[in-house]
Design a protein around this ligand. Structure first.
Ligand SMILES: Cc1ncc(COP(=O)(O)O)c(C=O)c1O
Length: 361
């Protein structure tokens, strides 16, 4: 099966090779070297001189951590929502006993900067703002630098879910003033699932240091202390995933960050032009299309799910429409190991599938 999924995605061959290594203890010198080198490579990639941490969880672990460590027990968070993963952030806020103020936008649209300003004017008591950089359910990339500037003007903590953005869209942590930006291994870095990583600001670490009842497993200060003192994590980390990520980050350093990001933007453009050539339309508003996933309206008379199922029969796994868009759309993921030939073959199959589904009888 050739994968055009939303994650886990097809892993880069170098990653799979690196992961087939014998284990060592996470208290050994070998691990310490691997851990610190991976952290340094991520710091370079994310353009930060503050802190990068690795969690033995999927990306949502950092979502939980940002709220437990960064927002007081009865505090308020402004949650911007442009799709399903923005809603998940609101649920994480609420299930941790904090209050979420939901600022929601139409599916296919990004966060509107003016509305963000108005919400912050109206709710001066929020402690933090959350932004989904790339909304995987709608294929929309938010204008993060512009939104971050607004959040910083109001002097709020800024938490960014970059699960499906990091590794494909640019992130400059220090210059943009981000307090936490996190991602997962199984997306644009093309590594199997099980590892999460985040850049964390000094400011957030200070807030977190004084936060009561933040739990243990996702305590940012505990991870920072272990990293500083033991060059490791408090509990056992997914060592193979860290080996895989390390190899990808070295490949990115060799290619140059912007050449790597261009590989992703060129691939996304190729996918979008293929969709348009088939006469199909894309959900994302023009100018805000995702570099990692394209959400496509199913043509009249077909459901997104039919297209997904027929494509599987032809050897291609796309992604189903998500949430409210489950029937009306299907998604083409473009993360991980995908060749030009894969893309051409996928579009040939998609053209056939649409013809078959439209054929009367
Ligand atoms: C934007 C976004 N946020 C959060 C998540 C959840 O990430 P994880 O499954 O790694 O916890 C996903 C997963 O698809 C996502 O796409």
């Amino acid at each position: 099966m050739r994968l055009f999924t939303a994650g886990p995605v097809a892993c880069f061959p170098e990653v799979l090779e690196a992961m087939a290594s014998q284990m060592f203890s996470h208290r050994s010198r070998e691990y310490q070297e691997l851990h610190m080198e991976t952290v340094d490579l991520l710091m370079d990639f994310l353009e930060t001189s503050q802190t990068v941490l690795l969690f033995p969880s999927s990306g949502t672990g950092f979502m939980e951590s940002s709220i437990r460590c960064g927002v007081s027990p009865k505090g308020k968070v402004l949650v911007t929502i442009i799709g399903s993963f923005g809603k998940r952030y609101a649920e994480v806020v609420e299930t941790n006993g904090r209050t979420s103020l939901r600022l929601e936008f139409e599916l296919g649209s990004p966060v509107d900067p003016e509305s963000l300003k108005e919400a912050l004017d109206e709710h001066q008591d929020v402690e933090a703002v959350t932004i989904t950089y790339n909304e995987t359910s709608t294929g929309v990339l938010n204008p993060l630098p512009e939104l971050a500037k607004i959040v910083k003007k109001y002097d709020k903590l800024l938490f960014v879910d970059a699960v499906s953005a990091m590794g494909a869209a640019d992130i400059k942590v220090d210059a943009w003033g981000i307090d936490m930006v996190f991602s997962s291994s199984q997306k644009a870095f093309g590594v199997p699932p099980g590892l999460a990583f985040a850049a964390v600001s000094d400011r957030l670490l200070e807030v977190s240091d004084k936060m009561p009842d933040k739990g243990w497993y996702f305590d940012l200060n505990l991870y920072k202390k272990f990293q500083d003192e033991k060059k490791s994590t408090p509990s056992t980390p997914p060592i193979p995933q860290i080996m895989g990520l390390n190899v990808v980050l070295k490949k990115i350093r060799e290619m140059g960050k912007y050449n790597w990001l261009k590989m992703y933007s060129d691939r996304a453009e190729k996918i979008r032009s293929g969709v348009e050539r088939l006469g199909l339309s894309i959900l994302a508003r023009k100018g805000f299309e995702s570099p990692t996933i394209t959400v496509v309206f199913a043509p009249e008379g077909c459901s997104g799910l039919d297209i997904y199922n027929r494509m599987r029969e032809k050897g291609f796994e796309l992604a189903k429409g998500y949430g409210k868009l489950r029937d009306a759309t299907f998604r083409i993921g473009h993360m991980g190991h995908i060749t030009e030939e894969d893309i051409n073959d996928m579009f040939n199959a998609l053209e056939e599938v649409i013809k078959e589904l439209k054929r009367p009888g």
